[in-house]
Write a protein that binds this ligand. Structure first.
Ligand SMILES: NC(=O)c1ccc[n+]([C@@H]2O[C@H](COP(=O)([O-])OP(=O)(O)OC[C@H]3O[C@@H](n4cnc5c(N)ncnc54)[C@H](OP(=O)(O)O)[C@@H]3O)[C@@H](O)[C@H]2O)c1
Length: 272
């Protein structure tokens, strides 16, 4: 390892934003520990700067075992996450807890593991990959929305808590990005998608549109470039959007009243 080479940990690297960002930052000279439940999927991009490591962010022992071997950590990118598609009425206890275990508690477990090292170094950057749905609600995505709103809260609180130790905390709020998110990692509640569900009209109107918007979304490299900008700019804002939909809706959410904004979203998605 080169002297002064910056070390970054990225979670959820087997696909999408994590995979693209691991490769991009490694090419930029960072030493990347690419965390994944399936590190073998990263063997094709492993290099001197890119080291796949097996970690399950829902398991503290797995995180601790991986981090034991890494002495110095400059950057943590909390990227792993997935979306549960379900009405609240159809809520399944296991699915609900799992959504938070990965998207929220996974972020907190990773922060707990790296903060002592960053605190001793008196330097560090934590970047949480949240979502524009961490500021905007949508039907059928209540559990995902709640998890990403929580990530936004974690970012805000940690910024105060870690300031004295020179640890910066940021969030990136992507809009829709063409990754494996909708193809492989959406978890769908079968009851919500039943033909006779009282929500069938809503499901038929919204679900295909959202899935199509994700699959035709922006390129993940946009998020990777933003991650690099945040790392390199000590004065970067607390949070930043990425992608067309986030750039459209987040400023609109700030400008309009809650009711006017809701009206615009209902019109946009034909929600009646
Ligand atoms: N794509 C979008 O439109 C979009 C929009 C807004 C926000 N985001 C956020 O961006 C982040 C990256 O997503 P992506 O778009 O790159 O999607 P992706 O291609 O599905 O990648 C997500 C990664 O998260 C990990 N992951 C997925 N399901 C998991 C589960 N059940 N338990 C533990 N880990 C799991 C996986 O990593 P391993 O298999 O390597 O462990 C997976 O490679 C997520 O936090 C997502 O919420 C995505």
């Amino acid at each position: 390892m080169e002297k002064n080479q910056k070390v970054a940990l990225i979670t959820g690297c087997s696909s999408g934003i994590g995979r693209v960002s691991a490769r991009f930052l490694a090419q930029k000279g960072y030493r990347i520990y690419a965390l994944s439940r399936t590190p073998e999927k990263l063997s094709d991009i492993a290099s001197e700067n890119l080291h796949p490591i097996k970690v399950d962010i829902t398991d503290t022992d797995s995180i601790d075992a991986a981090l034991e071997k890494i002495e110095h950590i400059d950057i943590l990118v909390n990227n792993a996450g997935y979306g549960l598609v379900s009405t609240v009425e159809d809520m399944n206890e296991t699915q609900m807890l799992r959504q938070f275990d990965v998207n929220v508690f996974g972020v907190l477990r990773m922060c707990k593991a790296v903060i002592p090292k960053m605190r001793k170094q008196e330097a560090g950057v934590i970047i949480n990959i949240s979502s524009f749905l961490g500021k905007i609600g949508l039907p059928l995505l209540t559990f995902y929305n709640a998890s990403k709103y929580a990530v936004e809260g974690i970012t805000d609180s940690l910024r105060y808590e870690l300031r004295d130790f020179n640890i910066r905390v940021h969030s990136i709020m992507p809009g829709f990005f063409d990754t494996d998110f909708a193809r492989d990692n959406l978890v769908v509640n079968p009851q919500t998608f039943e033909k006779n569900s009282p929500y069938s009209k809503l499901v038929a109107t919204l679900a295909p549109v959202i899935i199509d918007q994700i699959n035709h979304g922006n390129d993940a490299i946009e998020v990777s470039k933003l991650i690099l900008k945040i790392i390199e700019d000590e004065n970067f804002d607390a949070r930043q959007t990425a992608g067309d939909k986030a750039k459209k809706f987040i400023p609109m959410k700030k400008e309009l009243s809650d009711e006017d904004f809701e009206r615009r979203v209902r019109e946009y998605y034909n929600l009646g």
